[in-house]
Design a protein around this ligand. Sequence first.
Ligand SMILES: NC(=O)c1ccc[n+]([C@@H]2O[C@H](COP(=O)([O-])OP(=O)(O)OC[C@H]3O[C@@H](n4cnc5c(N)ncnc54)[C@H](OP(=O)(O)O)[C@@H]3O)[C@@H](O)[C@H]2O)c1
Length: 288
Amino acid sequence: MTESAATPQTTSTDAPGTDLSGVRVALIGAGNMGGPVARTFLSAGVSAENLRIVNSTPASSERAAAEWGATAAASRAEALEGAGVVVLGVKPYQILDLASEIREELPAGAVVISLAAGTTLAAIQQALPEGQPVERAMPNTPISVGEGAVGLMRGSAVDDQQHELVHALFSRAGVAVDITEEQVHAFIGAAGSLSAFVFVILEAMSDEAVRLGLTRNLADSLVQQTVRGAATMLLESGMHAAVAKNGVSSPGGTTVEGIAALERAGVRSGVAAAMATAAGKSREMTTD
Ligand SMILES: NC(=O)c1ccc[n+]([C@@H]2O[C@H](COP(=O)([O-])OP(=O)(O)OC[C@H]3O[C@@H](n4cnc5c(N)ncnc54)[C@H](OP(=O)(O)O)[C@@H]3O)[C@@H](O)[C@H]2O)c1
């Protein structure tokens, strides 16, 4: 069931741009994840007119199109007409039914991108016409600000040009990497679900800063800026986290005392457990 790209590829926001202004995209399901995907495609160069959204009702399509700066389609057929790329952004339990419903309306050669966790390429390919190119994309929500991560899984019918198109569409996501379907479980632990774990930790840090006497606004901005700064410092310098941590740990000082308390509280094992549990859940949810 595992399918991998012939030539694994990584795209970051620094990659040279491809002209996407003529690419027509049908986005079926612009919710919590489909919406940020729309924003990413628009910032990569897809025109608002060519990015057509269809949700479960016309009112919902209009709302999502207004929110994300795209165009609402009056119907699924209208969204699919002439589409070169079709994104399936519905819930995992809906994805195979949706694939079966659109199989007759899909333009031949349109690249189908599924965002669904737990549904394999093989299962989606089986629900679609034979030879339809299919990719899976596993994004996280920080792609909405161009600072996320997307794991791309390439189906067997996708040619190099189509795969490059998918990379170009996600070129403003932050980082887009080729992964195998076997790696997607680890990817969910290390990126897909990880942003939520970071939000929990940020909330805890902010709450404690308030308990220590700072106002909520000041606490939030100090914590958020410090976490962003720490990550940017590592990204830009290539320094390992352990080296950076040692650099702020003076003998007998405040930081090393705090780190000892962090270790006694089991933060490291808690983080590992959260990531391993998310990866395990992904594996458990996966059906062919
Ligand atoms: N959330 C994440 O962080 C995340 C991360 C990676 C992957 N994913 C994947 O992204 C997919 C969507 O998850 P989500 O969190 O974005 O869910 P969501 O917020 O519930 O969005 C689902 C969207 O699908 C639309 N929809 C439902 N039934 C439809 C139909 N019959 N025709 C057209 N549109 C329909 C909904 O429109 P209405 O609002 O009109 O019902 C809504 O816009 C899932 O497969 C999930 O595995 C999510």
